[in-house]
Ligand binder design. Structure first.
Ligand SMILES: [Zn+2]
Length: 402
């Protein structure tokens, strides 16, 4: 009893100590786990769709507002134009009035100094006439002063309006700039929600296909996939993916981004059959964002290490291309082609030391995780691509065997 407890204790301590040294990237998952994950993704996808719809609505509203602002700016610039013309007219008017007034004042000044005003006033023959004549002189002066003040007010008012309009114009321009920025942001946001060579929707389709395959293989809710059911056969050897061909592009950085594959072409590309590079199970089959027909196969080595191989730009699939299908290097997958984002027909073939787009792999469980992981291990020098497992001659040197 005492010993067995000690052993238990020791094994517990040991397991805690040793645990970090074992790879934790691969965990056993039950069918239920996969189904729950699928549900989670479906919910996320619904949210993304909602958000995109919302963003599109906001973009539309912002665009409409910009249109309105543009119209308003056009109207305002016309108004400002008219104001400028008016002000010039008023200025001419006031200049004229000033001149007239000046002349009158000069006349009055002159007459005053030479007593002409008095002469005029006292030239009156009656006292009533005198009062009248004084009033006339006064009235003329006052009228002119009034007119000048009116014109001054008009000019002030116009200047004020011009300033106001310019302020408003500045505000509108700022608002237009803000709205343009808002639209750009919304567009970018939508792009980031969509922007993936493999969309969330394709990811969901893949998970659905996988669950269907697990069920067809006899897996039930509590069974661990790949353990209790759906076992992958061990890799017996690695082969080139075509009977003949030549490498056209290597694994590595190309124009700033990582090319995760070895590209292979052939003299008769559309008649070139694509085969699995090793024994494994087809785990994904999808058309990527750019339209490339794609297959992913999962491989397990004799010592339990997982790899995945990806084949894309296929022109067509063979009848073997079914998710869940166990394949050997002799099972034809489809023909080389030019589907998706390509300049010419070729096979883009990726190999990575993880289970691409398989939820059980915490490093590569989704497309985004997969691509980030491959970049990470390449950047840190841990994995150098398909050539680590398969020999290919130098680029453009033909091979004629698998
Ligand atoms: Zn490629």
């Amino acid at each position: 009893m005492k010993i067995s407890r000690r052993v238990l204790c020791l094994s517990l301590i040991l397991s805690v100590l040793i645990m970090p040294f074992f790879p934790t990237s691969v965990k056993a998952e039950t069918l239920r786990d996969y189904e729950n994950l699928l549900k989670k993704y479906e919910r996320e996808q619904a949210n993304i769709k909602d958000q995109i719809g919302e963003n599109n609505q906001l973009t539309k509203e912002a665009e409409q507002e910009i249109e309105n602002i543009k119209k308003e700016l056009t109207n305002m610039s016309q108004e400002i134009e008219q104001m400028h013309i008016d002000i010039v007219d008023y200025n001419n008017e006031i200049r004229e009035k000033t001149l007239q007034t000046k002349e009158l004042f000069e006349y009055l000044q002159m007459t005053r100094s030479e007593n002409v005003m008095l002469e005029y006033a006292f030239g009156a023959e009656t006292i009533t006439d005198l009062i009248y004549r004084i009033a006339v002189v006064k009235q003329i002066t006052e009228d002119n002063e009034k007119k000048i003040n009116e014109l001054k007010d008009m000019i002030e008012y116009n200047k004020k309006r011009e300033v106001e309009l310019e302020d408003k114009e500045k505000q509108m321009e700022k608002r237009q700039k803000d709205l343009t920025e808002k639209i750009t942001k919304l567009t970018k946001k939508n792009a980031s929600l969509n922007d993936n060579s493999v969309s969330t929707e394709q990811q969901i389709t893949t998970y659905r296909d996988q669950i269907k395959a697990y069920k067809e293989a006899g897996c039930t809710s509590n069974m661990e996939i790949g353990v209790d059911c759906f076992n992958n056969n061990s890799v017996a050897g690695w082969y080139r993916p075509t009977q003949s061909g030549y490498v056209t592009s290597e694994f590595g950085y190309r124009w700033g981004s990582l090319h995760r594959a070895v590209d292979v072409s052939n003299s008769n590309p559309y008649k070139t059959k694509i085969y699995p590079v090793a024994t494994g199970i087809i785990t994904s089959k999808f058309t990527d964002y750019y339209g490339a027909l794609t297959i992913i196969i999962e491989h397990k080595t004799a010592n339990g290490k997982y790899y995945s191989s990806l084949y894309t730009h296929l022109s067509s699939y063979s009848s073997n291309a079914v998710v869940g299908r166990k394949v050997t290097p002799n099972d034809f997958l489809g023909y080389m082609g030019a589907t998706g984002y390509v300049t010419g027909p070729h096979l883009h073939m990726e190999i990575a030391p993880c289970r691409a787009m398989n939820h059980a792999d915490k490093n590569c469980g989704t497309w985004n995780k997969y691509t980030a992981y491959v970049k990470k291990i390449y950047d840190s020098g841990k994995f150098k691509g398909p050539r680590e497992l398969i020999y290919f001659p130098k680029p453009y040197v033909r091979y004629n065997t698998r």
